[in-house]
Design a protein around this ligand. Structure first.
Ligand SMILES: NC(=O)c1ccc[n+]([C@@H]2O[C@H](COP(=O)([O-])OP(=O)(O)OC[C@H]3O[C@@H](n4cnc5c(N)ncnc54)[C@H](O)[C@@H]3O)[C@@H](O)[C@H]2O)c1
Length: 341
């Protein structure tokens, strides 16, 4: 690893996490990005040592450094420990989760006849993910959906500014305010307050079920989508599927003073340890991190090399229909870096 003044917290995660993290760091280093990574514990490796799933020391160090790259961490279904991700996002108040979805030229997908280029901005700390669940009776379980005006206001401020900074034109709020009158109703009300303050940006809204249908039928119509935590979680996996799958879907958790860069996908236990995971999602995530750090030209160069390898389709991992191992695919990108200048 390169010696550098720049320090980044690194959570390799579990499942495929360590494999794709190692691949990503190799490509970043080959592309000329210099940083020192501080490996911090979270998820299953922390639990194995008798620590909480997201140890206080990990949260405190990320807060100090202000930046982290995080691999996926497993959360057991229905029982066992709570989500390390939800804990981290809440503890560091990482209120916006930014998830771009872009078609990759040349890559064969069910939607390769259209150009998809959209960004989801997902609220990241409230909604049904606030973690307020209880069981008042053995035959009844309840969860509380939390939407606050300040939570909406800061999300929309960030989202409208992002639209403008990225030269985009339109933002669409995704909700279910026809049924969830108070919670989603408040979300929508705050959205249109923000829209009134940003008259240069086209603002509209759509009900989440119709949004899913529209995304499958005419995905190219969307520009920026802003939505609540649960809908955003689901819709962003749908969007990943449109452009080639979870192995390609990048994401960033953004707070006022801190950012944690983390791919959309999980720990993929079905392929963990086999050396066949696709590292592109975490690589694209790390390129978002580089741009956040002002390293645009390195990010663009690595991005170009990766898109070329993906578009040619000769060296692809199994999730994209190829036979390459993680190591072979990683090497193909590194080799290509020499050609993209
Ligand atoms: N950010 C995170 O840490 C995060 C996000 C989502 C899910 N999870 C956790 O991950 C665990 C597994 O969840 P899941 O199986 O529902 O979702 P998943 O995203 O791990 O996997 C879904 C499918 O996509 C495939 N896949 C995902 N990433 C891939 C990659 N990089 N390369 C190739 N194939 C890939 C998997 O093999 C699997 O078939 C669960 O415990 C879940 O809670 C963590």
């Amino acid at each position: 690893m390169v010696m550098s003044d720049r320090r980044i917290a690194l959570i390799p995660g579990d499942g495929i996490g360590p494999e794709i993290t190692a691949a990503t760091l190799r490509i970043l280093e080959a592309g000329g990005f210099e940083a020192e990574y501080e490996i911090l514990e979270a998820g299953q490796p922390a639990l194995d040592k008798g620590l909480p799933v997201m140890p206080e020391s990990t949260i405190a160090r990320i807060a100090e450094l202000g930046i982290a790259l995080k691999g996926p961490t497993t959360t057991p279904i229905g029982k066992g420990h709570t989500s390390a991700n939800v804990a981290l996002r809440k503890a560091l108040d990482l209120f916006a989760n930014v998830r771009p979805t872009r078609s990759i030229p040349g890559l064969k997908t069910h939607f390769d006849n259209v150009k998809i280029d959209l960004i989801i901005v997902r609220e990241n700390t409230e909604d049904l993910y606030a973690g307020i669940e209880f069981q008042p009776h053995k035959d009844m379980a309840q969860a509380v959906k939390v939407i606050t005006r300040p939570g909406c206001a800061r999300l929309f401020k960030y989202a409208f500014e992002m639209v403008r900074k990225q030269g985009r034109k339109r933002i669409t709020a995704v909700h279910k305010a026809n049924i969830m009158k108070l919670t989603d109703g408040m979300f929508l009300e705050e959205f249109y307050k923000a829209a009134a303050e940003n008259p240069d940006i086209i603002a509209d809204d759509i009900i989440v079920d119709n949004c899913c249908m529209q995304l499958v039928v005419r995905p190219e119509q969307f520009d920026v989508i802003v939505t609540e935590n649960l809908y955003g979680d689901i819709v962003s996996d749908l969007c990943a599927g449109l452009v080639g799958g979870l192995g390609l879907a990048a994401g960033a958790n953004i707070g006022e003073n801190c950012a944690v860069f983390e791919a959309v996908h999980g720990s993929a236990p079905d392929i963990a340890g086999k050396g066949i995971a696709n590292p592109t999602a975490l690589l694209f995530t790390s390129l978002m991190m580089l741009r956040h750090l002002g390293e645009r030209s390195i990010a663009d160069r690595i991005g170009r090399a990766t898109l070329q390898v993906l578009g040619e389709g000769k060296v692809l991992t199994g999730d994209l229909g190829g036979h390459a191992t993680t190591a072979e695919y990683t090497q193909a990108i590194i080799d290509r870096l020499a050609d993209v200048g």
